[in-house]
Design a protein around this ligand. Structure first.
Ligand code: BGC
Length: 908
């Protein structure tokens, strides 16, 4: 199909048109520790990153200079740091800079380009430090009541009044909680974060956050307020699990006057607590709000009084709680959605359709008579034309209730809960229209960096569905699902999805924080019971070390390092990785990992969830090898020689054991399932001598299924990469483009707007699958999207130069595609690869950011056939190392934008 020039292609050409011209020059994308203006860094040497902007070909930074200013009132100015001749622009430590606890800084950077020209100073960016070992000066307080299992108690309101003699020149509010807290100051909500300070492994730590409240604090009377919900602490998680009984909060306000004098006001026995309008709340439960009980002046110093029954707080003895600065970006409301439909389905019952399965909540804007209750129920699907489907929410009550006070113009939204939904059923009012309800999308506030587009609208929809499932399940931690009474950090789901996730969003600090929970949950009883938890944060007793699950602690840091180049991810996780590898070696002396329990190739079609035929022991041994392989690479990267040598020997042993135990002479791998072959090939477990046979067997298993999938959570992510790797991209495309069950496009064909947990979550013939496990928003099968970026468009990070300093541009046209493209906002700038086939010509537009280089591989009989801007490739100054290899021209490409053309025969 030759449509008009598509967006991605047109944009690529516009970018390419800038090739050779200088373009905008300067410095941008300032990050500190990989974050946009972080507020609580807890490290002795923060690392700085920036991008040099230039459209010039061959652009590259030659030198840089950092400047850091202490913003603490009364602080002495810092000396400018000397110019450094280096092309480093990522994770750079400022020589001689020693940050002070709690201090705020502003920094900027100046760069010189490849011709030695000064591109000037960047705009400034801020960062602030956390406690850095300083003691937490505040007490922990609660309301003294314990929360029973499965209860949904009212939110607790805390407040205290204090006087400031002078207007503070700087005020910072530090907050921690066992539970989730919304801070207020002088009648204003502080910040825009939800579910703060987050969800750690509470047995080991609590997180804290800090907000700059200089603009809210004032001279004279001030009131601080804290609203505390149960969240993941005293809220009951699947099933009957509770981290603690009494939610607690602790906070302090640090004020600095113009002379630099510091005063602190902290939580203690002087505070009061009360219940207010939030009469019930819980993550699975939902939220109930009675507007008649609201008191807008509850933390306003000028309010005359309060109708609430304020009482003394319970000061808890929690001195042993270890406090850790939060590093992951907060959860925020990131988008609003207008309903695409609103119908009265029964008298007084309205059904809203958001047109998209989202995660968050709905905002109700309506006049609700005093005492009238409006009930909002949420569902992902419809069960018949007029009824939302809620059976798959299992025990999650997932309902929002609002009781009116008769005033008009009121808008209300819950905030101590969230829902996974496309449909909302609203009852309690006689008249409602589309304007009365807004969908609020709530997610970790990460930067979207990746984009993909191609000529097949179904694949584009699959891509969009994956993106939405990531957004919906990147809520504080990577969760399995957002709707039923589960929503846990299932590690298997997370590891298979981590490559895709890192393409779509800047996930470094998000995963870095979650990995701490994985490490916190590690167990080893020295008697064959070792492993990282199957869910992190560990909610207790859901399993440890299951093959493909606990292995996330090894795989996710490595994959995330490839995408971000953040070595600290490796340094922080390596000891735990190595400990785990050694425990496996100890417990499995013959190299076969006889895992006790597992989930197998979870949810492979046609079997009950954990009964897929690929043997557990095979899967476990394959992951044993995978872990050891990563461990030795990480050891090499970190120059831990003795560990690397040991890991290499262990890897040889496990590979040999796998070969002995599972691969037959005719190339059959035990159980003869797609997944068994995919693991064997994908994790490098097939000896050279047998590889042709094993590959032929794999191809046969796909032919036998008429090019459908027989894979579950663990086999599916390997389908496309492995078929490609054995030179069968034709097969890969054939499987990918399959529209019938079981295949990726089946759910798309059936109207999915997110990735389903099961291949057959709903079918025209059988309707809904079993409600006990049937999420319509589970990202695991969306793991194929990494292949969209990395192989269809051909854009992928290079392990030799992680974090996109070096990358591949290796597009693989195939199937019915006539064009495809992807871009990634890398730390150095935009990298992109967009191709199209038109009139027998393969055209490829490539953007390589300043300071990076790409290894390009274009389908072409030889490099002589490739032209750039009409000129032979050999004359392109930025291309080097030209070589021909089996139908592809390869070369190394320096920065700039380019359009390559080569004759192409196999036009689709
Ligand atoms: C979750 C999965 C998870 C699995 C473990 C399910 O309940 O939703 O996604 O990985 O349990 O087997």
């Amino acid at each position: 199909m030759k449509a008009r020039a598509p967006n991605a292609w047109a944009l690529a050409l516009v970018a390419a048109a800038a090739a050779g011209s200088a373009g905008a020059q300067g410095v941008s994308r300032l990050r500190c520790e990989g974050l946009v203006e972080p507020a609580v860094l807890d490290c002795a040497a923060p690392r700085f990153s920036w991008a040099m902007d230039s459209g010039a070909r061959g652009a590259r930074q030659r030198a840089y200079q950092l400047s850091i200013a202490d913003l603490t009132p009364g602080a002495a100015p810092l000396a400018e740091i000397a110019r450094v001749d280096s092309d480093d622009s990522q994770w750079v430590v400022a020589p001689g800079f020693k940050p002070k606890p709690g201090a705020s800084y502003s920094w900027r950077v100046r760069v010189w380009d490849e011709r030695g020209r000064d591109l000037g100073w960047s705009a400034p960016a801020a960062f602030a430090m956390g406690l850095m070992g300083r003691p937490w000066p505040a007490k922990w307080m609660g309301d003294g009541a314990e929360v029973p299992l499965n209860a949904a108690p009212p939110a607790r309101y805390f407040r205290a009044r204090f006087y400031a003699g002078a207007p503070p020149a700087r005020a910072r509010l530090y907050v921690s909680a066992l539970g989730i807290v919304e801070p207020w100051l002088n009648g204003q909500r502080v910040g825009r974060d939800y579910f703060s300070p987050g969800w750690p492994d509470y047995r080991r730590r609590a997180y804290y956050v800090a907000y700059d409240v200089t603009g809210l604090a004032r001279r004279g009377a001030n009131v601080i307020g804290l609203v505390l919900g149960d969240g993941w602490y005293s809220g009951t998680l699947m099933q009957n699990r509770q981290a603690g009984k009494e939610p607690l909060v602790s906070a302090f306000l640090e004020m600095t006057d113009a002379s630099g004098a510091v005063s602190v006001f902290a939580t203690d026995s002087r505070w009061q607590c009360a219940t207010g309008p939030i009469t019930a709340q819980g993550i699975y439960f939902g939220e109930s709000f009675d507007a008649r009980l609201d008191d807008p002046g509850w933390c306003d110093p000028s309010a005359k009084g309060s109708a609430w029954a304020w009482k003394p707080v319970h000061v808890a003895d929690s001195g042993r709680i270890a406090l850790t600065a939060r590093i992951s970006p907060p959860v925020r409301a990131c988008e609003e959605i207008r309903p695409v439909g609103c119908r009265e389905v029964r008298p007084g019952v309205f059904l809203y359709d958001m047109g998209q399965n989202i995660v968050g909540w709905a905002r109700l804007s309506a006049r609700v008579p005093a005492g009238r209750e409006v009930v909002m129920r949420f569902g992902e699907m419809l069960d018949g034309p007029d009824r939302i489907y809620t059976a798959n929410l299992r025990g999650a009550n997932a309902t929002a209730r609002y009781t009116g006070n008769g005033s008009s113009g009121q808008a209300w939204e819950p905030r101590f809960t969230y829902f996974g939904f496309r449909y909302v059923e609203v009852s309690g009012l006689a008249r409602l229209g589309p304007d009365n309800l807004t969908g609020v999308v709530v997610q970790a506030d990460l930067e979207r960096i990746g984009r993909f587009e191609c000529s097949n609208p179904l694949l584009n929809q699959l891509y969009a569905n994956t993106l939405w499932s990531q957004r919906g399940n990147f809520l504080e931690i990577p969760t399995d699902c957002p709707q039923r009474d589960e929503r846990l950090g299932w590690t298997g789901d997370a590891q298979v999805f981590s490559d895709t996730a890192n393409y779509n969003y800047a996930c470094g600090p998000f995963y870095r924080q979650w990995l701490a929970s994985l490490r916190d949950g590690y167990v080893d009883d020295q008697r064959g019971q070792a492993g990282f938890p199957d869910v992190a944060p560990d909610t207790g007793g859901l399993g440890y070390g299951s093959a493909g699950w606990g292995d996330a602690a090894v795989i996710v840091p490595y994959v995330t390092w490839l995408h971000t180049g953040d070595r600290r991810l490796l340094e922080e996780n390596f000891p735990a990785i190595q400990r785990w590898v050694e425990a496996m070696a100890r417990d499995n002396p013959d190299g076969i990992r006889r895992s006790r329990r597992s989930y197998g190739d979870w949810l492979a079609p046609g079997f009950s969830p954990d009964k897929a035929p690929t043997p557990y022991v095979l899967i476990a041994t394959a992951y044993f090898a995978r872990d050891v392989d990563i461990a030795r690479r990480v050891a090499g990267e970190l120059r831990r020689e003795s560990a690397r040598v040991r890991d290499e020997a262990l890897l040889r042993k496990v590979r040999a054991a796998f070969r002995r135990e599972f691969i037959a002479e005719d190339g059959r791998v035990a159980s003869d399932q797609q997944t068994a072959y995919l693991l064997a090939i994908g994790f490098d477990l097939v000896p050279q001598a047998l590889s042709a046979k094993v590959e032929a067997q794999l191809a046969r298993t796909f032919a036998q299924k008429r090019y459908h999938l027989a894979t579950g959570f663990l086999g599916t992510p390997l389908v496309m990469p492995v078929l490609g790797r054995i030179g069968r991209e034709d097969l890969a495309y054939r499987v990918l483009e399959q529209e019938s069950y079981p295949g990726w496009l089946f759910s798309v064909r059936n109207g999915a707007t997110t990735i389903w947990e099961r291949w057959d979550g709903w079918t025209p013939a059988a309707g809904f699958n079993t409600p006990s496990m049937n999420s319509f928003n589970h990202y695991a099968y969306g793991s194929v999207v990494g292949w969209f970026y990395g192989t269809i468009a051909g854009l992928r990070p290079d392990p030799e130069a992680p974090g996109w300093r070096g990358f591949r541009v290796e597009p693989s046209p195939g199937g019915g595609l006539s064009r495809a493209g992807a871009s990634v906002e890398t730390p150095y700038g935009t990298a992109s690869s967009n191709w199209r086939i038109s009139r027998g010509v393969f055209e490829l537009a490539v953007a390589v950011p300043p300071g990076t280089s790409a290894r390009v591989s274009i389908p072409a009989a030889s490099t002589d056939q490739v032209k750039e801007g009409g000129a032979p490739l050999a004359s392109l100054a930025q291309a080097s190392g030209l070589a021909d290899a089996s139908g592809r021209a390869t070369f190394r490409l320096e920065s700039g934008s380019f359009v390559f053309r080569s004759p192409y025969r196999a036009e689709p």
